[in-house]
Structures are given as structure tokens and as C-alpha cells.
Design a protein around this ligand. Structure first.
Ligand code: SF4
Length: 322
């Protein structure tokens, strides 16, 4: 097999976002402060390496709160939870730390506020994704999921007061097309002041739009369960560049690089940099001589930790240059 890889171009930004960073830190700090085991509802973030690393440190991942013993410490994942899950955790008396990304919580707060004003909702998102279950589960009814354009016509709201919310990790372009259909069929719909797709999703997709046309093949580091990672791979392919998603360096197949001089590399918001570095090492073995960062947005976003887990430097700083 002949590999012609000469150069690796790195998308900027790529990898961990502030919400993922915070969620992992919450589990790690809980382990240090309270000792193992710490129970985590659902994968803390959708990345196999991260989950296995935390398992090795004493985290136990569960889906059903019935599997958590009385008196245990429980962490909600970055994707957020429904009201029912929150109430059940309180009823069972767990010590809870909430690692829901503050940008997901913002959507939950908006849904609750508008529901009190009599609104119903169209939620644009992927069925079965825990974030969608968590956001839809803020209400007992009156929130309708649409996954694509044809779904919009099937929505039958019971009121004219209709608002739209979206999953934070969607394809920006797909969400815009679905939103256009929502506005066409429901012209009175209320949109959020700032769209729910988060800064990290937007920035990583923008970076792939710069990267993909400049390379012969794109590698996305991420786990298949990761929505934002999957969207990066799809986006590169839509732009006409072959793209592959890998969990790590071992998944790279030399055949992908045959006759390809430039490789583009990015990573989903839940993929740690150690995996990206391992992929770079493997690409060097395949012949890459130069590793170059693309120009892109610099992110400077930090979220505070929940009370009871201590402070960290910059923890009160919440800012975005996106
Ligand atoms: S991808 Fe966005 S919404 Fe999800 S954890 Fe990261 S910053 Fe939060």
C-alpha cells in the first residue's frame, strides 16, 4: 500500500468544548472529593475513550436510576435530563451534581418560561438523543419533535402561540432549512433571540467548511454516538471531500490515504486532544512531514462548576469570541 501523505491540516477550532470540559471535571472532582464509586447517568459525554478513562477511575455509568444504590452520588451527563429524571433522583435521595451543559440548561429554562406563557414548541433534533429527551422532557406535552423538513407538516399545534427550539449539536445548514419550513407553515412562530445551536458546534462546522476544500480526505476524531462529530463528517462529505470518523489512531486505514497528499484533521467537541495527537503520530508514520493549523476562531469559553465541587481558575468567566 503506497501512502502519499505529505501534509496534515488541522481544523481550528476542534475538540473539547467548554461544556464537555466542565462535565468531565465534575466527575473527576466528585471522585476525588467523595471517592469511588460515583454514578453517572448516561455517558458523561459521547466519547468511548473518556468514558473508559472515568470507569477506570471509579465512575459507574447507568441509564436507570433504579441501578443507583441509596445515598450514592449521582452526576447527570452533559446532555441534560428530563424533569421526571430530576424528580426521581430527588425522591431517591441521591446527592446530585448536574453536569448538564449550561447552554442546554439555557434551552430548558427558555422552554419552561415560554410554556408558562402558554406556548407550545417545535423541537428540531434527533429522536432518541439524550439531549432531545431531556429538553422535550421539560414539559409533559405540547412539544413536537421534527427531524427533517417533511416532519414539519405533521405538526398539529393546539395553539397559535408556537415557539421553536433546537438541539445544540445539529448541522447548522440542516437546521436552517428545517427552520425555514417551520416559518413557512407557521409564520407566527417565535424564534430564540440567539439560536440554540451552540458556539462549539457552529465553530467546528465553520472550520470544516474552510478545511474540507483544502484537503484530499478529512479525518474526524469522535465516537459514532457523538452527534456533533457525526455532523462534521457529513459536512465534509457534502462539501465533496471523502471523510472518515475514527475513535482513535487504530481505526485509520492506510487505503484512505493512497494517492492523497493532504489530510484534514478535526475532532468533535467530546473528543480529547490525546486522541488527535495519536492520529497525528500515525499520519507521520504514513509519511506526513508537515502539520499545519488552519486559521480559525479562538474560543475562550469557561463555565462555572456546580457548588460543592470547589472553584477553578477562570471558573466565573463566561465569554465567547465566536
Ligand atoms: S457541544 Fe455545545 S451544548 Fe454540547 S456540551 Fe459542548 S458547548 Fe455544550
Amino acid at each position: 500500500m503506497i501512502s502519499n501523505v505529505e501534509e496534515v491540516l488541522l481544523a481550528e477550532p476542534r475538540g473539547f468544548c467548554a461544556g464537555v470540559d466542565r462535565a468531565i471535571e465534575i466527575v473527576e472532582r466528585a471522585l476525588v472529593k467523595f471517592g469511588a464509586p460515583i454514578y453517572v447517568r448516561h455517558e458523561i459525554v459521547h466519547n468511548t475513550y473518556v468514558v473508559n478513562d472515568l470507569k477506570a477511575k471509579g465512575a459507574i455509568f447507568i441509564e436507570d436510576l433504579a441501578d443507583v444504590p441509596p445515598g450514592a452520588t449521582l452526576v447527570f451527563s452533559a446532555h441534560g435530563v428530563s424533569k421526571a429524571v430530576r424528580q426521581e433522583a430527588a425522591r431517591r435521595g441521591f446527592q446530585v451534581f448536574d453536569a448538564t451543559c449550561p447552554l442546554v440548561t439555557k434551552v430548558h429554562v427558555e422552554v419552561a418560561k415560554l410554556a408558562r406563557e402558554g406556548y407550545e414548541f417545535i423541537m428540531i433534533g434527533h429522536k432518541g438523543h439524550p439531549e432531545v429527551e431531556g429538553t422535550m422532557g421539560q414539559l409533559s406535552d405540547g412539544i413536537y419533535l421534527v427531524e427533517d423538513i417533511p416532519d414539519v407538516a405533521r405538526v398539529q399545534p393546539r395553539t397559535d402561540k408556537l415557539a421553536v427550539v433546537t438541539q445544540t449539536t445539529l448541522s447548522v445548514d440542516d437546521a436552517a432549512a428545517i427552520l425555514a419550513e417551520v416559518k413557512r407553515l407557521f409564520p407566527q412562530v417565535r424564534e430564540p433571540k440567539k439560536q440554540d445551536i451552540c458556539y462549539a458546534t457552529q465553530n467546528r462546522q465553520d472550520a470544516v467548511k474552510v478545511l474540507a476544500p483544502a484537503v484530499d480526505v478529512v479525518i474526524v476524531v469522535g465516537s459514532p454516538t457523538s452527534s456533533n462529530s457525526s455532523r462534521l463528517r457529513e459536512l465534509a462529505e457534502r462539501l465533496g471531500t471523502e471523510a472518515h470518523m475514527v475513535e482513535g489512531a487504530d481505526d485509520l486505514q492506510p487505503a484512505w490515504f493512497e494517492g492523497r497528499r493532504r489530510v484534514g484533521l478535526t475532532a468533535g467537541a467530546s473528543a480529547p486532544d490525546v486522541l488527535v495527537q495519536a492520529v497525528i503520530t500515525r499520519l507521520r508514520e504514513l509519511g506526513a512531514l508537515s502539520i499545519r493549523k488552519m486559521d480559525g476562531v479562538t474560543e475562550d469559553v469557561h463555565f462555572p462548576l456546580p457548588r460543592g465541587l470547589g472553584d477553578r481558575s477562570m471558573s466565573e468567566v463566561v465569554s465567547s469570541r465566536s
